[in-house]
Structures are given as structure tokens and as C-alpha cells.
Design a protein around this ligand. Structure first.
Ligand code: COA
Length: 260
């Protein structure tokens, strides 16, 4: 397999995957999402891969979000399709893997980047990590499962607070919120991920696969919340706020949502 935006190697039953678009802070464009789908489809069939570790290339970011430049001109239908395809092929796909996936968050995990980490089964972070869902600052809502998974993981109150305020949490606060399991110095991130992998490798893979399925069942049956998110995410694309929010980001200025 050859990838342009992913680095990966398999070592002693662990697949180490780096999202590799560092000049754009690993923002998730179409090509990167497609490659993630291909790689995880392949890894799902490899019995000899028993743990997957996902991290971001470079020192600044895990993933700074979905690639805003790719969807700035979308209408509501295209927005809905984007959310549906992304959820099915990447975010849900990872959440439903038989193999445990560890997110090693090495910097910004924003928007789609935090949603990607939320789809993983275990999250660890560096002291430099910053986590948030800034979609509402762009006139959007999270569309890759964030409205569902963030509330499932840290509770409705804290999830609502984070999504409405677009506030970024530092690593220690994320630990307090139960958003990550451990915070370590940047230079220790990969060694800590390896310790987690070792811990997981000691236990029975078939039981782990069944546990992931059993835990997930409580949250996805019925799956209506994810569908509602897709529709409402799409609806945002028809608003003036979305036009203002995305134009402001691309023009490197502050958005003005005032109603005066
Ligand atoms: N989509 C597209 N491009 C992005 C991006 C995104 N989500 N996040 C970062 N980039 C690009 C920047 O446009 C910039 O590209 P350029 O060098 O060609 O201008 C490059 O990545 C580096 O980012 P920059 O903004 O210069 O870094 P910074 O250190 O000043 O700021 C952030 C870092 C994360 C605070 C800032 O990049 C940011 O706010 N990103 C968007 C976060 C977001 O809203 N994500 C949710 C999307 S739904």
C-alpha cells in the first residue's frame, strides 16, 4: 500500500499510523480521509495487527480539523453528503473496528481532529495538546459524530459547553473532563502509547472485539442522533453565518456574527 498523507509501519502486532500533512496541521482533506478508509479497511482484515496507534506528524498538531478550504463553497446537500460519507467511511468505521485504536494526541485536536480522537477507543495526550470543537465559530456544527460521541464520553453538560463556546481545553483540563486517559510530556508520547499497546496485547483479542461491539451497541441503537447530526450539519451550509465564518478563516480575519 502506498499513501501520500499517511505514514505507517507494523511492529510486533502494533500498527503505528501518522497522519502526514504537517504543512496544513494534518487537516483532513478528501484525499487523507480516503487513505484513512483504505488503511483501516486493510488493517481490519489483518489478524496479526492487534493494536493500532494513531498520531499526527509534526510537533504542532494531531489534526487541526476538516480542511475548511475544501468545503467553503458547499451547499446543504453537499454538506450532508460530506458528513454521511465521513461518518460511514472513517469515523464510525474506526469506532467499530475489532482492533483497539489508541489516539496519541500530540498537539491541536480540533473539529474533525477531535472527532477522530473521539472515534478511537483510548486517548492519551501530550501536555501541549489543545482539544476543542470550534465548528460554531465557522457557522457549523460538528458533523463527524462530535455531537454524539463528545456527549457520550464526557457527558451532556460539558459537551454542550464545549460545542457552544468553541473553547479549547488544555491537556490537564481534558484529563479532568475524562476526555483523555493520560497526559505525558511530548517526548514520552510514543513510549506511553507503546505501554498502552503492551497492556492491551496481554488480553484476549476476540474478547476485546466483542467488548467494543457491546459497548458501542448502547450508543448506536437506535442510530438516530448521528443521522440528525448529518442533516443539521448540512443545513448549516445554507446560512449566512457559515459563509461569514469560513470566509473569515480563509481570509485570515475574525468572523463577525453580530446581528446589529
Ligand atoms: N483547514 C484548512 N487549513 C487549515 C486548517 C483547517 N482546518 N487548520 C490549519 N490549516 C492551515 C492554515 O490555513 C495554514 O495554511 P497556510 O500556511 O497555507 O496559510 C496552515 O494550516 C498552518 O496553520 P496556521 O493557522 O498558520 O497555524 P497557527 O499556529 O497560526 O494556528 C490553529 C493553529 C489550529 C489555531 C489554526 O490553524 C486554526 O484555527 N485552524 C482551524 C481550526 C478549525 O476551525 N478547525 C475546525 C474545522 S471544522
Amino acid at each position: 500500500m502506498h499513501f501520500n498523507h499517511l505514514l505507517f509501519e507494523i511492529q510486533d502486532e502494533v500498527a503505528w499510523v501518522s497522519l502526514h500533512r504537517p504543512e496544513k496541521l494534518n487537516a483532513l482533506n478528501r484525499a487523507l480521509l480516503e487513505e484513512l478508509h483504505q488503511l483501516f479497511s486493510e488493517l481490519r482484515n489483518q489478524e496479526k495487527v492487534r493494536v493500532i496507534v494513531l498520531t499526527g506528524s509534526g510537533e504542532k498538531a494531531f489534526v487541526a480539523g476538516a480542511d475548511i478550504s475544501e468545503f467553503a463553497s458547499f451547499n446543504s446537500e453537499e454538506g450532508r453528503a460530506l458528513a454521511q460519507k465521513g461518518q460511514e467511511e472513517v469515523f464510525d468505521f474506526i469506532a467499530k473496528m475489532n482492533t483497539p485504536v489508541i489516539a496519541a494526541i500530540n498537539g491541536y485536536a480540533l473539529g474533525g481532529g477531535l472527532e477522530l480522537a473521539l472515534a478511537c477507543h483510548i486517548r492519551i495526550a501530550t501536555t501541549t495538546a489543545r482539544l476543542g470543537l470550534p465548528e460554531a465559530s465557522l457557522g457549523l456544527i460538528p458533523g463527524y459524530g462530535g455531537t454524539q460521541r463528545l456527549a457520550q464520553i464526557i457527558g451532556r453538560g460539558r459537551a454542550t459547553e464545549m460545542i457552544l463556546s468553541c473553547r479549547m481545553l488544555g491537556a490537564e483540563e481534558a484529563l479532568g473532563y475524562g476526555l483523555v486517559s493520560q497526559v505525558v510530556a511530548p517526548e514520552n508520547l510514543m513510549a506511553t502509547a507503546a505501554e498502552w499497546a503492551e497492556r492491551l496485547l496481554k488480553n484476549a483479542p476476540q474478547a476485546q472485539a466483542q467488548a467494543i461491539k457491546a459497548i458501542d451497541a448502547n450508543y448506536t441503537t437506535p442510530a438516530s442522533g448521528f443521522k440528525v447530526e448529518q442533516k443539521l450539519f448540512g443545513d448549516c451550509f445554507d446560512t449566512a453565518d457559515f459563509k461569514e465564518g469560513t470566509s473569515a478563516f480563509l481570509e485570515k480575519r475574525k468572523a463577525d456574527f453580530s446581528r446589529e
